[in-house]
Design a protein around this ligand. Structure first.
Ligand code: B12
Ligand code: SF4
Length: 477
């Protein structure tokens, strides 16, 4: 069978699609990845490939772009469409009702996709495959989710070659990997709480980890076909499994030996022994969710269970062991004002954060916090998912007197972090509408690229590519 897969730009390879391509390769299916921003005439290219299946990976926030793309393609060809990824997993009813959607896949896609292709190849019935919801003959078949794939090592190796054939990705020193899924915490704004609470209930262990051997094998496979000088691990909570983490650190320097970074929760890290071990293994950076300076909001409303003291202790250790750190923060949280935005900035500065990722909190349906927001009269309903678009903050942010100023300030958080003397200027400017410059976040991208070990010129070229990708998105709408 011939499967077309779609991504929008070369900004980050989709590891989900790479996993699926690995599964397709293992079963000798013919597949091709189309990157919209790189195609001169997408319709012509896809027509030439003549696929049986058009496949899309969807996150909430870009779902309308994916559906728009599918609709556009379907005007010119007749092939079944299948959508997977977190958005359709969380919002199956909203997704299946879209006219351009024939099938959705909830949860792990590797086995379900292969079963679907087998059924299509044998002209069999594909309406009963677990994980799939199928729209067929005027009916919707809502199949249950199968038990989660427990042994991640049993999956075929991801195939990233169709991304890595592009020089801009192949030669980028940074490559990203994921060593496991899930997080046991229940922060009230996070998708983990939603997955844990309802979607995967009774389906096995949501927290899954590849073996260290498998992780190293994946890295070595990518090294064979591309430049790898720096690694970032995308796991939500990289250091959660202490035993695994210890084995990883002990072996990494010897077997891989490249600088790396990851995402952590600072409470697992308080121990000096652990941070020292990370340093000795080559860790040069971590990212973590600080969210806000306000402990009450962070712990009582966001359910994060981290004290300011935890961040202070961890940041001292990061400094001692020369590990750079990025603090992710949310502005305009319930009850917060511009004063809190500045207090969070000052706290990040006190922590010696190298970069901050500042964004306004986005409400989305099914976040556990939504009930609290309604009970406490912050909102009377969550934004409808069909129209949910994180770029339209007036729809997805909590309306507050300081919201507009916080939107403007968020674009300048890193500049204020690095150059405190400019703070009064931006405080003043935040009263006035800012134009394109404020939104481009060029300085933020520069800092992130430096953090990830990408040289400035290469980073700039990559930045331009990403922008080109975003433009390609917009043209599809
Ligand atoms: C790396 C990453 C990114 C990267 C790469 C994006 C990508 N598509 O991989 C970047 C920085 C670009 C990114 C951007 C965004 N991201 Co992001 N990202 C992640 C992160 C950290 C890891 C994703 C990953 O690699 N997972 C591993 C792979 C193997 O799993 P998977 O993608 O879920 O794929 C499996 C299944 O879902 C399924 N599947 C997936 N696609 C398909 C398609 C088909 C046809 C089938 C059959 C099955 C299938 O099979 C796969 C294999 O089992 C996750 C958090 C996390 N730890 O998961 C957030 C996450 C996926 N991102 C999220 C969001 C919201 C976004 C943005 C919309 C943010 C924004 N406002 O711009 C954008 C969307 C951009 C895009 N093109 O998709 C949310 C999604 C939540 C949701 N409700 O959809 C997550 C879960 C984080 C969060 N905090 O909530 N992201
Ligand atoms: S610790 Fe991070 S990944 Fe885990 S539930 Fe909280 S926000 Fe989500």
């Amino acid at each position: 069978m011939r499967v077309a897969l779609f991504d929008y730009s070369l900004f980050y390879e989709s590891l989900g699609l790479a996993n699926l391509m690995g599964a397709l390769k293992a079963k000798n299916h013919d597949y091709k990845l189309f990157i919209i921003s790189e195609e001169k005439d997408i319709i012509e290219s896809v027509k030439q490939f003549n696929p049986d299946l058009l496949s899309f990976s969807v996150c909430t926030g870009i779902h309308h772009i994916s559906f728009g793309l599918a609709r556009y393609l379907r005007k010119h060809m007749r092939a079944l469409t299948v959508f997977g990824g977190p958005h359709v997993t969380l919002f199956p009813e909203e997704s299946i009702k879209e006219d351009c959607v024939d099938i959705i896949c909830r949860g792990d896609g590797e086995e379900a996709l292969i079963e679907l292709l087998d059924a299509l190849k044998n002209r069999g019935d594909y309406s009963q495959i677990k994980n799939l919801w199928v729209k067929k003959d005027g009916q919707i078949f809502r199949n249950e989710i199968r038990p989660l794939i427990e042994n991640l090592d049993s999956l075929p190796l991801p195939d990233r070659s169709q991304y890595l054939k592009y020089p801009i990705v192949r030669d980028l020193p940074l490559k990203r990997f994921i060593t496991g899924y899930g997080c046991p915490f229940q922060c009230s704004f996070c998708y983990n709480a939603m997955f844990l609470k309802e979607v995967y209930k009774g389906k096995g262990n949501y927290l899954r980890k590849k073996s260290v051997d498998r992780v190293f094998l994946e890295i070595k496979e990518v090294q064979k076909i591309s430049t790898v000088k720096r690694i970032h691990f995308h796991d939500d909570n990289f250091n959660f499994y202490q035993e695994w983490f210890k084995e990883f650190c002990e072996r990494y320097a010897k077997e891989i030996g490249l600088p790396w970074s990851c995402t952590v929760r600072v409470d697992n890290m308080l121990n000096e022994e652990v941070v020292k071990m990370m340093h000795e293994a080559g860790c040069v950076g971590v990212t973590y969710g600080l969210e806000t300076h306000n402990e009450n909001v962070r712990n009582k409303i966001l359910n994060k269970h981290l004290k300011n003291e935890d961040f202070e202790k961890a940041s001292k250790l990061f400094k001692k062991y020369k590990i750079k750190h990025i603090a992710a923060i949310m502005l305009n949280l319930p009850g917060e004002t511009i004063k809190d935005a500045f207090a969070t900035l000052h706290f990040a500065r006190k922590l010696n954060s190298d970069v901050v990722r500042a964004a306004l909190y986005n409400m989305a349906k099914k976040q556990p916090i939504i009930d609290w927001l309604m009970e406490n009269n912050y909102i009377d309903h969550a934004p409808e998912i069909d129209n949910f678009n994180p770029t339209r903050l007036e729809d997805v942010a909590i309306h507050s007197p300081d919201m507009e100023r916080m939107i403007r300030l968020s674009a300048f958080f890193n500049i204020m972090l690095k150059f405190p003397f400019l703070e009064p200027l931006f405080r003043f400017l935040s009263f006035f509408p800012i134009g394109r410059f404020g939104r481009s976040r060029m300085y933020d991208s520069y800092l992130e690229m430096r953090f990830m070990g990408v040289p400035p010129l290469q980073g700039f070229k990559y930045f331009l590519k990403v922008r080109q990708g975003f433009k390609a998105f917009q043209n599809l709408r």
